[in-house]
Design a binder for this molecule. Sequence first.
Ligand SMILES: [Mg+2]
Length: 271
Amino acid sequence: MLWGAVVGDIIGSRFEFDNYKSRNFVLFGEDCRFTDDTVLTAAVADALVICRRDPGRELSAETVQALRRWCASYPGRGYGDRFLRWVRQDSLEPYGSWGNGASMRVSPCAWAASSLQQAQDLARTVTVVTHNHPQAVHGAQAVASAIFLARSGFSKDRIRSYIETNYYCLDFSLDAIRPYYGFSSSTQGSVPQALEAFFEGVDYNDTIRGAVSIGGDSDTIACIAGSVAEAHYGVPQEDVEIARRFLDAPIIGAIERFEQVFGSPRLRQPS
Ligand SMILES: [Mg+2]
C-alpha cells in the first residue's frame, strides 16, 4: 500500500532532469533518491491515519498541517516553488494549482476508502487544500479511482474503460508519444501518460520502465503509474527491500503505520 508510489518515485528520481527514453535501464542506481512525491504521499497517509484514529479531526485541516510539517522536515526534495511559498505563508488558502503534485500524493486515499465514491471524495478533500483547480482535482480523482478499482480486482480493460468514460481520452500509446513528449508538471500533461503506462505494463517493474521511457517529469510519472500498478500486481519484495535503503525511519514508519491502520491490501473480487 504506498510502496508502489514510493518505489516509482525512487526509481524515476534520477531521470527527472536527465530523461532516459528507453525501457532498458538499471532500476536502482546510486544516484536514486526519494523526492517530494514520497514525502507528500507520507504526509497524506499521516493525515488519514490521524483522522481514522480520532474521528473528531477534520481531514482537510489535518492535511494542511501534515503537508506543511512533512515538507519542513524534508527540505530540498524538489518541491514546486508555489508549493513552497504556500508552506511558508501564514494564510491557509489554496493557490489554484493545476500541477501534478496532487496526483502524486493521492494514492493513500484509494487505500483508505471503502467505496469508489469515498476514494473520489477523499481525493478531492486532500487535493483542494492546495490544488483547487478543476484539472488537479480531476487528475487526483482519476488516479484514486484507478487504484481503488484495481485493488477491488477489476480487470485492466474495465479500469481503462472507466477512466476513458469519466476522466481522460487515452488515444495514444507510449511508443507514439515517446519521440516528442517533453517535461510537463501539469496534471493534464502527465497524469494521462502515467495511467497509460499502467495500462500498457505487464507487471510492476515493466510499468515503471514504461513510465520512465517517455521522459518528462519521470519521478512523478513513475510514482503515479507505480501507485496504480501496485494495486493490480503488488510491488516485488526485492524492490521494496532496495527502496528501504534510500528511506529513513520516519518515512518507513508512516508507511507501516498506514498499513497497520488501513489493513488488508485487497478488497473482495468484483461481482
Ligand atoms: Mg518529485
